[in-house]
Ligand binder design. Structure first.
Ligand SMILES: [Zn+2]
Length: 323
């Protein structure tokens, strides 16, 4: 049996997804459970175990050479532990060891979900063909990851590229992380909605106060809704420009639910970028929407695992994101 497959786990606050993935990025076997996010550590691990049981019972499991985990953060890839903000029962939880105990000798690779999404976009999505890229996930929070010199740049603990918690407003509002004026505090979906409400925007008859509802209002011409997206775009642009200036990136890929606002977010983002990305070597920076959709976490976890545990010989997976 050729070991040409990798297994992938995508662990978030609402769902735990798993898949067996081939070298083209196709998901051959899928499994999924809801995350019992408010229960104790063993209950959450039980859901992971159920997903793994479905994967390991597949006849294809014999072809798996590595397992990649993309988890909501923070993660500590060097210790093999995770502490997802939205799963309070897991603090310093030894996920790599626990998964390894189930999968019997298959190497386990852990990355944060922003890094996983970046690996997916670099392998098969909007960052394909770019050697230097920043990928952002703009959603309930703001995460991200980096490709530098053609390789996924994870950082020692697997959190590199976490653009949501760099400050772009020195004396700005306190952020739950402990700092002030973070990109996330200005640009996440809940903060876009909060700012619109604070400035007088009111939802329609359905009472929907999500960022998506604010985007719909902006599209219909509401100036307060438009301004809230412009402020988010400004924060993202400042963070992207800072990143580009530090490490020279060619493209910024914008994904996550808030990116579903399309040009309501991307048009002011591109405008703001001209204000902040001014030096000659960052002026040609491209901004593109993400392409990988809801499977990005699984595909990215698979890419990270495949890169970390290259297959030998002619059956080797192509190296897409080697560390
Ligand atoms: Zn922060």
């Amino acid at each position: 049996m050729h070991t040409h497959l990798v297994a992938a786990l995508d662990i978030g606050g609402t769902k735990i997804a798993g898949a067996l993935v081939d070298r083209d990025g196709s998901l051959l076997v899928r499994a999924r459970r809801s995350t019992p996010a408010q229960e104790d550590a063993e209950s959450v691990m039980g859901a992971v175990g159920d997903v793994l049981a479905e994967l390991t019972s597949s006849p294809l499991w014999a072809g798996v050479r590595a397992l990649g985990i993309g988890s909501a953060g923070p993660v500590d890839a060097s210790a093999g532990t995770v502490s997802p903000v939205n799963v309070p029962g897991w603090r310093g939880f030894p996920l790599v060891e626990r998964v390894g105990a189930v999968t019997g000798g298959v190497p386990v690779v852990l990355v944060g979900d922003g890094v996983a999404m970046t690996a997916a976009e670099h392998w098969l999505g909007a960052a394909r063909g770019y050697d230097n890229a920043l990928c952002l996930v703009v959603s309930t929070g703001v995460g991200g990851g980096l490709v530098l010199g053609g390789k996924l740049h994870r950082g020692p603990t697997g959190n590199a590229g976490h653009i949501g918690h760099i400050s772009v407003d020195l004396d700005g509002d306190p952020c739950p992380c402990g700092a002030r004026g973070c990109v996330e505090r200005l640009a996440s979906g809940p903060n876009i909605a909060r700012r619109a409400l604070e400035n007088g925007w009111r939802p329609g008859p359905d009472g929907d106060t999500t960022a998506a509802a604010v985007a719909a209002a902006a599209r219909a011409g509401d100036p307060v809704a438009t301004a809230s997206y412009e402020r988010a775009a400004q924060a993202l642009a400042a963070g992207i420009a800072a990143t580009a200036t530090l490490v020279e990136i060619d493209i910024a890929v914008i994904g996550g639910g808030v990116a579903g606002a399309g040009d309501i977010l991307l048009a002011p983002l591109r405008r703001s970028l001209r204000t902040y990305a001014t030096l000659s070597f960052v002026q040609r920076l491209t901004v593109a929407p993400a392409l990988m959709g809801t499977d990005a976490g699984l595909v990215g976890a698979a890419a990270a695992a495949a890169a970390a545990v290259p297959a030998g010989g002619a059956n080797g997976a192509r190296t897409v994101a080697a560390q």
